[in-house]
Design a protein around this ligand. Structure first.
Ligand SMILES: [Zn+2]
Length: 428
């Protein structure tokens, strides 16, 4: 599958005008006063889809929307029997996030396909830009990769009954309200089968500082980590008077949780020193609303997120969690209720596509490095479905999921050049 050499076709370059215009329009339609908010299966996400759809109509692309509201904008190839190339990402955002997380990948695909369409070029196989619904599980529905897994017929039926975190209404209700068909999603009907897709790629802003620090514009991702998570864990102790209760009779939930956090962090450090690559975060550590001055906390809440590209590493940390929970329950007279566990499997990126994208970057003169992804992305859902898939990072300043997220257009253009060369090599 390796491609050599990357063909140089100076007339077939990405459309450089379309993305700045659409980034601006997306910003205007979704600025919430502080940052960008495009809620999953809400009016702003739908408006963003409509904005991009209008561009696709003007370009004469074939347009299809599936049962879960994912949109496919296709430059038709000469041979409809050949499996297509898909370039996709999401258009929802976290609450008060930035304008580039997700949108950069959609607009990169559109820029590449628009360049080919405007030149009147017909590829051998279909090239599709996919606008994926509802990726930002941290802000809306606590479910990973909703749109991509629904498209592939791989979203578990029970995910449709999960309530949105702020309004309590289910994913199915929101999906239906935006005009889509949760029953078909629940039935596991695929809108896209692995046999129809030769390769999937996603461009995304890097969510950490590594590329910017190294002064390298592009990252080719080797793997996406899996996770083990507890979103609604509790420690149950006993409320009591802080002046009148001696130490030996206390069942202090807050101190028990603090001990767990401190000791699990030490276990993480130990595993890291042994060569394991993983991350461990107590995203929430809090006493309950009943807590107050002169009270020993009788209840504490936490959220825990453990991730690694290697399942075995995250499993070792999970073993330590269970051991520590038992020890602290014994020593402090509290009870831990971890609540439901959620998570996702780690996904390796396709080695052949990594190599092809590296060759395309070299041919385009774009410096790159191979790297792991810290966060999860829709690409993982494609990889888990058995579709050859790869993720690209573009250098970004100030991280992501915040209003300051940034990206230089020259870096975005360089990434589009690489994708365009790869598309021509694979679909030309
Ligand atoms: Zn994203």
């Amino acid at each position: 599958m390796s491609i050599e050499p990357i063909p140089h076709r100076p007339n077939l370059t990405p459309d450089r005008a379309i993305a700045p215009r659409l980034f601006q329009a997306l910003h205007e339609m979704s600025f919430d006063g502080v940052g960008i908010t495009r809620e999953a299966y809400g009016p702003k996400e739908t408006a963003a889809h409509a904005l991009v759809r209008a561009e696709a109509e003007a370009l004469g692309l074939a347009i299809r929307t599936d049962h879960a509201g994912n949109m496919y904008l296709t430059l038709k190839g000469a041979d409809p029997a050949l499996p297509q190339l898909v370039i996709g990402s999401h258009l929802d955002s976290v609450r008060t996030g930035g304008n580039y997380d997700g949108a950069a990948g959609v607009l990169a695909g559109l820029s590449v396909v628009a360049g080919l369409a405007r030149a009147g070029f017909q590829p051998q196989r279909d090239v599709t830009v996919m606008l994926i619904r509802s990726e930002e599980a941290g802000s809306w529905f606590p479910v990973s990769y909703v749109g991509s897994r629904a498209a592939l017929g791989r979203l578990p039926a029970e995910a449709l009954d999960v309530p949105r975190m702020d309004d309590g209404r289910t994913l199915a209700e929101h999906m239906e309200e935006e005009g889509f068909d949760p029953d078909s999603v629940r039935a596991g009907q695929p809108a896209l089968t692995p046999a129809e897709v030769a390769a999937f790629i996603e461009l995304h802003i890097e969510q950490g500082p590594l590329l910017d620090e190294a002064e390298i514009p592009l990252g080719i991702v080797t793997g996406i980590p899996g996770s083990r998570r507890y979103r609604a864990a509790r420690v149950l102790g006993e409320y009591n008077h802080s002046g009148a209760t001696p130490r030996r009779l206390r069942r202090d939930a807050a101190i028990a949780l603090a001990e767990l956090a401190y000791r699990l962090d030490a276990e993480w450090a130990r595993l890291e020193a042994e060569g394991h690559a993983l991350v461990c975060t107590f995203c929430v550590l809090a006493t309950a609303p009943e807590a107050g001055f002169t009270l020993i906390p009788g209840e504490a809440h936490f959220q825990l997120d453990m991730r690694s590209e290697n399942r075995a590493s995250v499993d070792l940390l999970h073993d330590a969690l269970i051991r520590l929970v038992g020890e602290i329950e014994q020593s402090r007279g509290v009870r831990f209720d971890l609540g439901p566990e959620s998570g996702s499997a780690a996904s390796a990126m396709d080695p052949a596509i990594q190599q092809e994208l590296g060759q395309a970057a070299e041919a385009a003169g774009v410096p790159y490095r191979r790297m792991l992804s810290g966060g999860g992305h829709d690409t993982a859902a494609f990889a888990q479905a058995g579709i050859p898939a790869c993720l690209l990072f573009v250098r970004n300043q100030y991280g992501s999921h915040n209003p300051r997220e940034a990206m230089r257009m020259e870096d975005f253009d360089a990434a589009c050049d690489v994708i365009s060369r790869w598309v021509l090599a694979r679909a030309g």
